[in-house]
Design a protein around this ligand. Structure first.
Ligand code: AMP
Length: 457
């Protein structure tokens, strides 16, 4: 879970990268960073916290140059630590390398062990540092070939933006797990996780970077290569279900329309009589619209989301039960009292948030709650970059739907079927990774996420 954005050939590129990161904030709230190149040197600013907390006019003004890349991070591989904030950069005899990475590699431990045996020293547990070492050790005189050689060693998920002096590089792994698109603004090229960040800066969407493709952008020219053997496409279906912003197109198609189709399919599979359909805001919004349109049951907003939460410094647990849920979502009692409602949720992971939300709804005097989930039960962890807990904490891995229904406290609970989900997708069902729903992983599994994760479990 990370967002990446890069730009080349534009005056004060870092300022546009900052705006790009702003619109990718949902992909990672833990840390943010931008690295720019001013023609002579690398300049960086990064810290823990949100984009708005990390950057100000002063540090943005110092990030000079016409090339910059940025990253927002949600810790998956590598623990939450300031050392691990991306973009990651290193200087070696072939020049500077700066990397922003989204996805999880599945062979980092093997690669790090191999390189440590040959004398490498790693400062972090990040996949990105491993990639930097591979590039530095590559045996070609040509930088582009060094990158190709390094990437050929990687297994698992990567959408990457790489910057070296005068060169911007975009790459997607041959399975194409994570999104990465190409944009253009006044002749300057942009690489971004999602198209919503192109919209924000009035850039034009050109196309997606294809699975297994590497693009090299230099002096206004783009060169595309596909040097690796073809692999089965495995785009992450959870990007459509929950992770990407609904105003984005990912893998070339609209997230909102796809999410709405999931809701329509859910209404076909699990109809129920009720007074209205409502979402759990905001993640259930688009699917709830689809459910209401298909079923003909009115759509209502039964809970309002507070968008101005920020951070709170009081310890609320003793004072107010369910404080976290309450501060975020407040039910409209006059709408809910005495009503039979269908609540549409995008997904259930641990079940604890859903349980608290239902408890809050019950206090509003609602008569019946029928929960409909716009994806199948999540039973297996993700090794490719979505931050799911381990198998034991995934509620649907350990319990039946009937048990979860009682735990959450609803009158009925139904999940979308795997076939229904795949049939709602905008392209062929064989092109998705659905491992979190059926345990069928498209790659070899990692021995462990990283050495730190090994210590943690
Ligand atoms: P819970 O009921 O505790 O399982 O929380 C489920 C909600 O968390 C979903 O409705 C999503 O909005 C959100 N969610 C889904 N996947 C994730 C994830 N990987 N990390 C954080 N939140 C998630």
């Amino acid at each position: 879970m990370c967002g990446i954005f890069g730009m080349i050939g534009c005056e004060n590129a870092a300022k546009l990268v900052y705006l790009g990161l702003y619109s990718l904030q949902h992909r990672g709230e833990e840390s943010a960073g931008i690295v720019s190149y001013d023609g002579e040197k690398i300049i960086y600013h990064k810290s823990m916290g949100l984009v708005s907390e990390t950057f100000n006019e002063e540090n943005l003004n110092s990030l000079k140059g016409d090339t910059a890349i940025g990253h927002v991070r949600y810790s998956t591989t590598g623990l939450s630590h300031s050392k691990n904030i991306q973009p990651f950069f290193a200087k070696h005899k072939k020049g500077n390398i700066v990397i922003a990475h989204n996805g999880n590699l599945t062979n980092t431990v093997d690669l790090q062990n191999e390189m440590e045996d040959k004398g490498s020293i790693f400062q972090t547990t990040m996949d990105s540092e491993t990639i930097t070492h591979l590039i530095a050790r590559a045996s070609n005189n040509d930088f582009k070939n060094n990158i190709i050689e390094a990437l050929s060693r990687l297994e698992g998920a990567y959408s990457l933006i790489l910057m070296t002096d005068h060169l911007l590089v975009g790459a997607r792994d041959p399975h194409g797990f994570r999104p990465l698109c190409l944009g253009e603004l006044d002749g300057s090229y942009i690489l971004a996780s999602e198209t919503c960040s192109l919209d924000l800066i009035d850039a034009r969407y050109v196309r997606d970077i294809e699975p297994g493709e590497i693009v090299f952008i230099e002096k206004g020219k783009l060169e595309s290569v596909k040097p690796f053997p073809k692999k089965k496409h495995s785009s992450c279906i959870f990007e459509y279900i929950y992770f990407s912003r609904p105003d984005s197109n990912i893998f070339g198609e609209s997230v909102y329309i796809t999410r709405k189709n999931l809701g329509k399919q859910l209404a076909k599979e699990y109809p129920v009589e009720a007074d209205f359909v409502m979402p759990i805001p905001d993640s259930g919004n688009s699917a709830a619209v689809g459910y209401a349109q298909e079923s003909g049951i009115p759509f209502e907003i039964g809970m309002i989301r507070n968008h101005y939460i920020g951070r709170t410094f009081i310890q609320p647990s003793q004072m107010v039960r369910d404080f976290r849920v309450k501060i975020k979502l407040n039910p409209i009692k006059d709408v809910l009292k005495g009503k039979r409602v269908i609540i549409v949720e995008d997904s259930i992971v641990r079940g604890t948030t859903s349980r608290s939300r239902v408890r809050t709804l019950r206090k509003s005097g609602v008569k019946e709650i029928h929960m409909r989930v716009s994806c199948p039960p999540i039973i297996s962890p993700c090794y490719y970059g979505i931050d799911f807990p381990n198998k034991e904490e995934l509620i649907a891995n350990r319990h039946s739907i009937e048990w979860i229904k009682d735990f959450i406290g609803v009158d009925s609970l139904e999940y979308l079927s795997i076939d229904g989900m795949l049939n709602s997708m905008p392209f062929k069902k064989t092109e998705f990774c659905t491992a979190c729903f059926n345990g069928e992983y498209p790659t070899k599994l990692p021995k462990a996420f990283s050495k730190d994760m090994l210590e943690k479990v």
